[in-house]
Design a protein around this ligand. Structure first.
Ligand SMILES: *[C@@H]1O[C@H](CO)[C@@H](O)[C@H](O)[C@H]1NC(C)=O
Ligand SMILES: *[C@@H]1O[C@H](CO)[C@@H](O)[C@H](O)[C@H]1NC(C)=O
Ligand SMILES: *[C@@H]1O[C@H](CO)[C@@H](O)[C@H](O)[C@H]1NC(C)=O
Ligand SMILES: *[C@@H]1O[C@H](CO)[C@@H](O)[C@H](O)[C@H]1NC(C)=O
Length: 317
């Protein structure tokens, strides 16, 4: 009897050890109405020339372009108004975290992301000033319903990525310098079509996680129905250990890019724009009707699904 009761103790020890080994601790748990306290609304003009009119917090709430309950935060573009060709762009929302982060992990539990011809949704990290010398990390980004998701870094000249590296996605450009290659930065296209747009939404969304450390920037994506979602990600633990999360979807090591020098403290930004440099530029090849601006102006009902639905955002430091 006595010997048998010792057994479970021995079995439990390894899992206790792994809990203590977790390298990042929860610093910000942002759920539902918490988004209103943790983010600022930025009704600025779009530097990427989008057919958008970012509204402030009061207007976004009165037009229901942002909506929060105890467990849901919605952020969306207007789907009611026909726009006049000479007037302002389509109402939408851009929010920026009040806090900045350097070494951190952020886990986004996303149920739905904006879809529709002409849409350009983004979840990303950037400094308040000094771009591109202070770096940019695009975690979720794509245009015109075209998956898969593109994860990209943008820097000034002198930061490159190795051609061969441990990631499940496929590298596009290797030079992160945003002043060449049409401003695309160094991108990685994820391996799963479920990572972006209508396919992401049909599958119930999923989790995006970013880890920024001294040695690498890594992004993981797990579709909602995947078996391999790490337990600490799925349950929103008080601590996470990304070293147990397996090969990242996108991996940007420090080998030929001094990450500490190229990336300063960053805000987390969530925005939805329409057309502009990328969605407008790629519109003709996307199979979408008409021209981007004309379509966005005249077809409000095409944007009823142009919304983010966040279950949570947890930041660990
Ligand atoms: C942003 O909103 C504020 C507060 O309503 C307003 O004073 C300001 O003019 C707006 N700025 C822009 C660019 O629309
Ligand atoms: C929205 O996000 C995209 C993606 O990074 C960015 O290029 C664009 O400038 C953003 N627009 C605004 C106004 O923040
Ligand atoms: C605002 O949006 C939420 C979420 O989509 C919805 O449940 C609610 O009915 C909307 N409120 C109004 C007044 O339309
Ligand atoms: C990152 O790379 C730079 C050179 O590109 C090097 O000076 C620095 O020590 C590296 N940092 C780490 C944490 O390895």
């Amino acid at each position: 009897m006595f010997k048998k009761s010792l057994l479970p103790v021995i079995v439990i020890l390894p899992s206790l050890t792994s809990v203590f080994c977790a390298t990042y601790t929860l610093s910000d748990e942002i759920v539902g109405t918490g988004f209103y306290n943790s983010f600022d609304w930025q009704n600025i003009s779009d530097p990427t020339h989008g057919r958008v009119n970012y509204v402030d917090k009061t207007v976004s709430q009165s037009l229901n372009l942002t909506f929060a309950s105890s467990n849901t935060f919605i952020l969306r573009g207007d789907s009611k108004t026909v726009l006049s060709a000479n007037g302002a762009g389509r109402n939408s929302v851009r929010i920026q975290s009040k806090k900045t982060y350097r070494t951190h992990v952020a886990v986004f539990d996303v149920r739905h992301m904006p879809e529709g011809c002409g849409t350009w949704p983004a979840v990303w990290e950037v400094a308040g000033s000094g771009w591109p010398n202070t770096g940019e990390v695009d975690i979720v980004e794509g245009v015109n319903n075209q998956g898969p998701n593109a994860v990209s870094l943008h820097t000034s000249a002198g930061c490159t990525m190795p051609a061969s590296r441990q990631q499940t996605g496929t590298s596009t450009q290797l030079d992160c310098n945003t002043n060449i290659n049409g401003g695309t930065g160094c991108g990685v296209l994820l391996s799963s079509q479920k990572s972006f747009g209508p396919t992401f939404n049909q599958n119930g969304g999923g989790w995006y996680a970013v880890e920024r450390s001294a040695t690498a920037i890594k992004v993981w994506f797990w579709a909602r129905t995947e078996c391999s979602v790490p337990n600490d990600v799925q349950t929103g633990n008080l601590a996470v250990d990304p070293s147990n999360w397996g090969v990242p979807s996108a991996y940007f090591p420090n080998t030929t890019c001094d990450l500490a020098a190229r990336f300063s403290d960053h805000y987390i930004i969530i925005n939805l724009t329409f057309c502009g440099d990328w969605a407008g530029g790629a519109y003709a090849q996307s199979g979408c009707p008409s021209t981007c601006v004309d379509y966005v102006n005249k077809n409000p009902s095409s944007f009823v699904n142009a919304h983010f639905d966040f279950a949570s955002l947890r930041v660990y430091q």
